[in-house]
Design a protein around this ligand. Sequence first.
Ligand SMILES: [Zn+2]
Ligand SMILES: [Zn+2]
Ligand SMILES: [Zn+2]
Length: 348
Amino acid sequence: MPEAPAPPVLRRDPVTGEWVILAAGRSRRPHAPVPGEPAAGTQEPDCPFCEGREQETPPEVCACRDGDGCDCPGWKVRVFPNKYPILANRLPEEEAAGGGERPAYGYHEVIVDSPFHNLAPWQVGPGQTCLMLETYRDRIREYRDRDPLRYVLVMRNHKAAGAASLDHPHSQLFALPFVPPVVDAELAGFERHVSREGACVLCEMIASEEREHVRVVAASENFVAFCPYASRVPFETWLVPRAHQPRFEDNESLEEAAELLADVLMRLRNELGDPPFNYWLHTYPLRGEFRPYHWQLEIRPRITVPGGLELGAGVAVNTVPPEEAAAALRGAPGWMPARSRQDPPRRS
Ligand SMILES: [Zn+2]
Ligand SMILES: [Zn+2]
Ligand SMILES: [Zn+2]
């Protein structure tokens, strides 16, 4: 007789207080075949994001390149306004009038990860990932003093089910005139926890994850990746700085974070067979009075379809316990040397 599935349990997200249902027996984890390595360094004739086709995108706002030049080959990471923006790509000339409707002030940019069409995010490696994270950082800094902008969200959709419209690996940036509700709920959660416990909820989570070492995926000296206790989707993984830090953009060096991100993406690929995924960077708002916060990069593989309970009521149903997901990812090959996998350095 097949083993009976464990009964579903409710888990409360320590940050937001939201309930998540873990219903492990509903479906088995997919065991997708691991794809072969695509030929590296190739271009796609019709892709405007490929190197050599710079004239087919809106003019670049910045690029990471060795020499001079603009809108020409020779770049490593390239940023330009989205050709089909969902924000107005400008700021208001005068104070916006009251009422519920106004122009969608703000900016919508495309950040192309690398000149190569066929290099998947898990394939570019720590060096190129670092250039990409530095570009995220510099773009967020760029918008810091532009009133009335309040928030910059950097995110990625990988593969069609993650909703990317072109397959050339890229990220997107949204500079918004308001703090988005998900971040607002997190800010309220951090604030609640500080007033009750006098400490940062994420610092506490990190300390207990490292102590228990059940949901940790990989770690380096200053960063940890773990599957959160109340994961909303199978294999959800957060990458966080060990030390308390509200703003991602305050990092001068991102080499270590890039190595860990590249490592986790490689593990996800090896365990799940290049799954569609989203990740987004939750950092502190651009301005406003001080509130407690600790930045996170949240990775959500898209291997299940959100059901009615999630869409209609915001209650996530996760079919793979984070403990099982983390154990599988710890065992999957990544970019980092094996010793970091088996025995990540502990907080002293
Ligand atoms: Zn391309
Ligand atoms: Zn903290
Ligand atoms: Zn978050």
